[in-house]
Design a protein around this ligand. Structure first.
Ligand SMILES: Nc1nc2c(ncn2[C@@H]2O[C@H](COP(=O)(O)OP(=O)(O)OP(=O)(O)O)[C@@H](O)[C@H]2O)c(=O)[nH]1
Ligand SMILES: [Zn+2]
Length: 185
């Protein structure tokens, strides 16, 4: 839960700190707006991906399932600036699958908080391993970090790619290649 009082006081102070007039029309409601916005962009902190991943269905067919191009928006914890892009999530079931939307819901749980991309990638993979107990998981995130494009080194268009493999994906290069082929198709 976001502490609205603290966030709103902090934003007012920040505006004063950068030399703004917090009473001018456009800024008067900004602390409240930002407070509401943080409820949304940090909403994943109050959620547990287990709620989504615990609802499983039995299957006989243990072929790879890939949900690719899942759009996400997250916030870099170093600069409080957005990073955003696509997540690709694959697993090889061991008799159990989840509803496809639950993979995207898991991405949302970990995107909607302050993050670094590597940790977010690992958290998605680890929760799928934990709740679904598949033979293996592979997660890849491709994202643009605004702290790299709008400020600092200023390299618009640069993409950060992170990958995590668990279970059979970690040991089997052919499976990894198949994942990459499907993602890049
Ligand atoms: N590994 C990793 N680094 C990130 C991520 N998001 C931002 N960063 C980096 O975090 C680093 C913070 O570096 P610092 O030297 O403490 O901060 P800074 O002086 O603002 O760094 P510059 O961005 O180089 O100007 C920067 O190199 C960012 O590019 C992320 O998701 N993963
Ligand atoms: Zn950053």
């Amino acid at each position: 839960m976001v502490d609205q009082k603290k966030v709103q006081e902090a934003i007012k102070l920040l505006l004063e700190g950068i030399g703004e007039d917090t009473d001018r029309e456009g800024l008067k409601e900004t602390p409240e707006r930002i407070g509401r916005m943080y409820e949304e962009i940090c909403g994943g902190m109050d959620q547990d991906a287990g709620e989504h991943l615990s609802k499983v269905f039995s299957v006989d067919n243990n072929e790879m399932v890939l949900e690719k191009d899942i759009t996400f928006y997250s916030m870099c914890e170093h600069h409080l600036m957005p990073f955003y892009g696509k997540a690709h999530v694959a697993y090889i079931p061991d008799g159990k699958v989840v509803g496809l939307s639950k993979l995207a819901r898991t991405v949302e749980v970990y995107a909607r908080r302050l993050q670094i991309q590597e940790r977010m990638t690992a958290q998605i993979a680890d929760d799928i391993m934990k709740y679904l107990a598949p033979q293996g998981v592979m997660v890849m995130l491709e994202a643009e970090h605004m702290c790299m494009t709008m400020r600092g080194i200023k390299k618009p268009g640069s993409q950060t790619v992170t990958m995590v493999t668990r279970g059979v994906f970690a040991e089997n290069k052919e499976l990894q290649d198949r994942f990459l082929q499907l993602v890049n198709r």
